[in-house]
Design a protein around this ligand. Sequence first.
Ligand code: SAM
Length: 248
Amino acid sequence: METKAVFPEKYAQLYPRSSKYPLEWVYQNQMGPNALWLMEWLCRNVTLSKGSRVLDLGCGCAMSSIFLAEEYDLVVWANDLWIEPSSNWERIQARKLQGQVFPIKAEAHALPYAHSYFDLILSVDAYHYFGTSDEYMAEILKFLKPKGQIGIVVPGFVKELPEEVPDYLAPFHEFHTLSWWKRHWEKTGLVRVDIGLEHPDGWQEWLDFLQVGIDAQLAQDRDFEDYEMLLKDRGEYMGFIQLVATKL
Ligand SMILES: C[S@@+](CC[C@H](N)C(=O)[O-])C[C@H]1O[C@@H](n2cnc3c(N)ncnc32)[C@H](O)[C@@H]1O
């Protein structure tokens, strides 16, 4: 089926790898901002070696896991809680990645993996759901090999919220600023933070992503809420944060 819309031209240059994937597939499987764009942005700042074992934590519909396997030749454990592994397995089989992407249903606080198993732990648009407690870094690092990297992209605030939080931001109480996240990781003493970035154009890219989905009638119900929120905010507070750290 032809879509009525495509991403603006600049995105083919900004995200050449993500741009190869059909728009319909991305919108059918998305659970928020474009997971492929966010993962491609993250992958520029982590060390990737062919065949590395990667935990894609909170992978949702496993789009980012498929992307990691196909684009960087990594071996990926597609770990999620809300999405059934059987539905991710269908998507994995459809891309013929049965030997390279493994769908697992597991709570982020009760992961079933061997200690020091992964070369890399990556997560886009998910870590803020389970990774904001002081204890979590120690918990997740058990599964990462020494000197392995952990990298995340989360939606977050580009500046501290005022005391009186605007109504439209009230639902986003688990979001934080870059400096909050950096402090949150550094104070554990368990990692060296290698990268801490705010996305240079985060809210606009999120809005563009939703706009194309809405125009092409591919958007899901919750997308309209995010769209309204972004139009109210216009980048005043809302953006994306990337952190990459090495296990000490
Ligand atoms: C907004 S969705 C993003 C999914 C995917 N990364 C994407 O960008 O399309 C957040 C994901 O985090 C996962 N998640 C939330 N809490 C979790 C937990 N406690 N343990 C494991 N996964 C969790 C959910 O299952 C959900 O798929």
